[in-house]
Design a protein around this ligand. Structure first.
Ligand code: C2E
Ligand code: CA
Ligand code: CA
Ligand code: CA
Length: 279
């Protein structure tokens, strides 16, 4: 058996190579995914926070990207969105996602909201305002029905440009929400500086509701803070009736999570969007 000690780097080399190869292959495949029609959208319901599921009226959906890889099957957006980001593919992909989400929502009999995630590269490097404007016109979606979700990380790069972009987007009539609130470092200063309409409380705080009193205190404080800034609050990752009841009690405006529904092809929610039957 080999006794020679090897450095940490060489020990990890084979796996690192594999990871890099995986990523490179995934990137090549991803560049074809849009053209090959492998991308789709899942829609997750968002409800007004009521004390029970039945009382939580559905007010809209968040569109979430899905990639059906021909060999690997479903690849998580947590895996492919970062690759698309780094490689610049996100610009083309994000355009497809936005158009598809708006086109879909415009076809619903009920005028519900649709929330679409904008990634940092898409937000800071593309002509996001021109894109949103032309897609709204093209699809005929009322601007007030579109919500754009961005994370605070998006704005770190260039404060002035970020602020200008948010203002121009809001001038189109769309709403902006701060996604994953509480998961970053400078959330409070961002809330003061940027004109968000809505705060999405990160799932991490919701999971711990009922498990530790600190999370409850934080969630309560964020709801008050947001309302003080005239923003509405939605909680992500709501999975239990106890979490829902707590949030409704504290005056949280909206809820999203497996309790109300998982992200699914819109056909599964045909009834909610006002279509007679599943497609
Ligand atoms: P996100 O924007 O924070 O989306 C919410 C994620 O939480 C989704 O994961 C959703 O499936 C999951 N989720 C929702 N409710 C629950 C719950 O009750 N319990 C648990 N455990 N999870 C819940 P998903 O779809 O895997 O997306 C992961 C992330 O990938 C998203 O996080 C977002 O950052 C990114 N992403 C997804 N679709 C897009 C897209 O179209 N464009 C961009 N730029 N990013 C996207
Ligand atoms: Ca989101
Ligand atoms: Ca989120
Ligand atoms: Ca997240």
């Amino acid at each position: 058996a080999k006794q020679k000690s090897r450095g940490t780097i060489s020990l990890y080399q084979p796996e690192m190579d594999q990871q890099i190869r995986d990523r490179r292959v995934l990137h090549q495949d991803l560049s074809m995914a849009v053209k090959n029609g492998e991308l789709s959208l899942a829609f997750q319901p968002q409800g007004a926070a009521g004390h029970s599921v039945a009382e939580s009226e559905i007010i809209g959906f968040e569109a979430l990207a899905r990639w059906q890889h021909p060999v690997r099957g479903q690849v998580s957006p947590a895996e492919f969105i970062p690759i698309a980001e780094e490689s610049g593919l996100i610009v083309e992909m994000g355009e497809w996602i936005l158009r598809e989400a708006c086109r879909e929502a415009a076809s619903w009999p009920k005028p519900l909201q649709v929330a679409v995630n904008l990634s940092p590269a898409q937000f800071m490097h593309g002509d996001v305002v021109g894109l949103v404007h032309s897609i709204l016109i093209e699809t005929g979606l009322a601007p007030g029905r579109l919500e754009l979700e961005i994370t605070e990380g998006v704005l770190i790069e260039d404060f002035d440009r970020g602020l200008a972009l948010l203002r121009r987007l809001k001038a189109l009539g769309v709403r902006i929400s701060m996604d994953d609130f509480g998961s970053g470092y400078s959330s409070l200063s961002y809330l003061q500086a940027f004109p968000f309409d809505k705060i999405k409380i990160d799932r991490a705080f919701i999971i711990n509701l009922g498990r530790n009193p600190q999370s409850a205190a934080i969630v309560r404080a964020v709801i008050d803070l947001g309302h003080g800034l005239e923003m509405s609050i939605i909680a992500e990752g709501v999975e239990t009736v106890d979490q829902l009841a707590f949030l409704a009690n504290e005056g949280c405006d909206g809820v999203q999570g497996y309790l109300l529904g998982k992200p699914l092809p819109i056909g599964k929610y045909a009834g909610l969007v006002g279509r007679a039957e599943a497609m």
